[in-house]
Design a protein around this ligand. Sequence first.
Ligand code: 1GP
Length: 249
Amino acid sequence: MKVFDSLLKTKEQKGAGYFVLIDPDKQEINEAIELAHKCVKADVDALLVGGSLLFGPVFEDLIKSIKSECDIPVIIFPGSTRQISQYADAILFLSLISSRNPNNIIGDQVIAAPVLKAMELEPISTAYLFIESGNVTSAQYLSDTRPFPREKPDITMAHALAAEYLGMKMVYLEAGSGAKQSVPESLIEALANYISIPMIVGGGIRTPDEARSKVESGASFVVTGNVLERNHDLGLLRAFSNAVHIGHK
Ligand code: 1GP
């Protein structure tokens, strides 16, 4: 089964899916493997691997090591065209549609597409949108783009609908890693009533209650990164997973 289809099945069976982000620069490979093992135990639905920057050369080794040790889907969440690996199960094929810089929208994708095909890596076409979050995040700074205002849902709604009409499979509402404020529930709810493709929500989510409230507002998938980077607490992972899996029988 394709990874995207299995994500849809997860959403159908559990109400929503929970993804844990592993930034290759933020931990050693052995630490990432330890976290991945705990994610399996906690019923995390997939690992996202990627980062805005890469300081170290471990990207591919990290994915290969996780895949050789753990039975969990690994989906690349690329910060640049350097973040591609044949060892992953799929890649979020992102187009930063909140940008007006053609490189963020189609340029990098043209560079990456033939490589993905040659590697037979499943691309999951995903519209990536930055939402104002109280601070300038690395992704915003590096892409030189402005986030959408929190209080103007119509801007985000129009972009997300355009993504759906362009045939993209998912929308990723990104407050940014370490965001002061996560994506507001009112915005998630407005989108859930307006578009019909699944929504990933991430950035600045620090508690299981917050994660649950994103799902109750209409998020299909919730991502956490920072909160578990330093603290691989299995109890906390399980609490996030249970909070997100609202439809789990
Ligand atoms: C970033 O949404 C992810 O793309 C995760 O953000 O590190 O703030 O959880 P945090």
